[in-house]
Design a protein around this ligand. Structure first.
Ligand SMILES: Nc1nc2c(c(=O)[nH]1)N[C@H]1C(S)=C(S)[C@@H](COP(=O)(O)OP(=O)(O)OC[C@H]3O[C@@H](n4cnc5c(N)ncnc54)[C@H](O)[C@@H]3O)O[C@H]1N2
Ligand code: MOO
Length: 428
């Protein structure tokens, strides 16, 4: 069970109203309930991409392992440079990356050096070869004031120091992190086990791909958006298909999901329709709250914990409308899944951007409108809405490259007003 039960968390909230729950309150309840799942595994470095680091990584070595040159040129003693005077230095040897200069460099001498080569003993400065005035195999002349002591030298441990933390537990490993771990010589990485998420769509009208579309039916699209969002998040998925609006079938599906997964995500059947048995069965199997969240889209939602045969799992009963399922996944399920995965990722950053045209918005609810972020003729960022915003219009999500988040207390937006925007795609 979680640190605190759902009923306990809810009882601590003042002004809790399941019929008009502000987004922030619902997010807070969920955050307080979920905790990271236990279990870790060691993976080969490449397989760890996108996984959550299970332990702090302390650097076993200095990177770089030795002071080295940042330029192809000449390594010298900074003390040989005198202000306003050119310097004439004897070349006493060569240093390559992987094959340094063995001796000590005395006053008046220098070493021909390549980028990455260890700094020869006695040298602390490198002058790039294109800056020298005259050079033969035996000597070089440097113009006055071309370098200062310490220039063009990379210090031992300046990237990562032996014994200091290189990456902290909870980090979702990105390409730079794989490179960083490789630079420490680490072939294996401890990562948290994948979170197991079972999901299904509820509804008699739903048809799976490959089935004929009978009158009044729709193809099940929610299982595909959920598949995409869960795979992107790095979850282990258990796709349970479409479940009919039949109490026995729903109970069997929820029990099986509960016995095989950490989290269950369903879509449909959480509103007030007569065929919406899902709510009833969910309530029978555990501690589940049914909310009407003050938001659009994504108003009805169920959250709680259900149990079956000694196993229990968190449950997100998302609304059936295709845009509502995505919005409620991103703003409620995703942060909870990340927390259960042990990920310490900071909340996604919002951008403040000018609205290109007016946006209609009702007060007393948070609206998540789908937007297209672009630039005006002077290169300033601007955002416009992707046409009709109905929660059944999945095209509005597909065309968008961002979400425009209009806060609870705000009303309509005028052209040019700043609005908060969450980008769909990041660089990394
Ligand atoms: N009287 C009320 N009616 C409705 C309310 C309300 O508060 N009072 N809320 C509306 C809102 S908002 C939403 S969202 C929906 C959510 O209802 P359900 O979660 O019970 O969803 P369904 O009724 O099963 O489906 C709604 C809609 O979405 C289509 N759908 C469902 N699943 C899928 C799927 N997997 N793939 C594609 N499309 C799907 C379904 O055919 C319906 O058209 O309730 C409103 N009603
Ligand atoms: O939650 Mo519903 O999607 O607002 O229509």
């Amino acid at each position: 069970m979680s640190p605190s039960s759902l009923a306990e968390v809810v009882s601590c909230l003042s002004g809790y109203d399941p019929e008009a729950l502000p987004v922030e309150q619902a997010q807070q309840i969920i955050r307080q309930c979920v905790a990271p799942v236990t279990g870790m595994e060691r993976l080969a470095l490449r397989s760890a991409l996108g996984r959550v680091l299970a332990e702090d990584i302390v650097s076993p070595i200095n990177v770089p392992a030795h002071d080295n040159s940042a330029m192809d040129g000449y390594a010298l003693r900074g003390a040989d440079l005198s202000a306003g005077q050119p310097a004439h230095l004897r070349i006493v040897g060569k240093a390559f990356a992987g094959a340094g200069f063995a001796g000590r460099v005395e006053a008046g001498a220098c070493v021909r050096i390549m980028t990455g080569a260890p700094m020869p003993d006695g040298c602390d400065t490198v002058v790039p070869q294109e800056c020298v005035q005259a050079a033969t195999d035996a000597a070089v002349t440097l113009p006055a004031g071309i370098v200062k002591m310490g220039d063009n030298r990379r210090l031992q441990g300046e990237d990562l120091r032996a014994g200091s933390p290189a990456l902290l537990a909870g980090r979702t490993l990105r390409p730079a992190d794989l490179g960083l771990l490789a630079s420490l010589g680490m072939a294996e990485v401890p990562v948290r086990r994948r979170l197991r998420v079972a999901f299904f769509s509820a509804g008699d009208e739903l048809r799976s791909l490959g089935e004929p579309l009978a009158p009044g039916c729709v193809y099940d699209s929610n299982r595909y958006t959920l598949y995409g969002m869960l795979v992107r998040l790095g979850c282990e998925i258990l796709d349970m298909g479409v479940v009919r609006d039949d109490p026995a079938a729903l109970e069997a599906a929820l029990r099986s999901a509960c016995e095989n997964a950490d989290v269950i995500i369903t879509s449909g059947g959480v509103s007030v329709g007569e065929a919406d048995y899902t709510k009833e069965i969910m309530a029978q199997l555990g501690d589940v709250q049914f909310w009407k969240i003050a938001m659009r889209p994504g108003r009805p939602m169920a959250f709680g914990r259900i149990a079956s045969n000694g196993r229990s799992a968190w449950l997100f009963g998302l609304p059936g409308n295709p845009v509502a399922v995505m919005v409620s996944f991103y703003f409620f399920a995703r942060p909870a899944l990340l927390s259960m995965m042990g990920a310490s990722d900071a909340p996604l950053p919002l951008l403040r951007v000018a609205a290109q045209s007016p946006i209609r918005k009702k007060p007393d609810r948070t609206e998540y409108q789908r937007g297209i972020l672009s630039h005006d003729s002077e290169g300033r960022p601007q955002v416009r809405i992707t046409g009709a915003q109905g929660s059944g219009i999945l095209r509005s999500m597909s065309e968008a490259n961002c979400m425009v988040i209009l806060p609870h207390d705000h009303g309509s937006v005028q052209a040019g007003d700043p609005v908060d925007v969450l980008l769909f795609e990041g660089l990394i």
